[in-house]
Write a protein that binds this ligand. Structure first.
Ligand SMILES: [Zn+2]
Length: 50
């Protein structure tokens, strides 16, 4: 069985959600993670090339 849905684990409550549930992709390639369970929010999760 292949699970093609990307999963994200909240670093706060350690619950698992799909990317679509937690990740908001904004313009300017800014990505925000927000946990629907505990409300943990993390901005700029994309690796920035320095
Ligand atoms: Zn959480």
């Amino acid at each position: 069985m292949i699970n093609e849905t990307p999963q994200v684990i909240c670093p706060e409550c350690h619950k698992q959600f799909t990317l679509e549930e937690t990740i908001t992709a904004q313009s300017n390639q800014n990505v925000i993670f927000e946990c629907p369970s505990c409300g943990h929010e993390k901005r700029n999760i994309q690796t920035s090339k320095g």
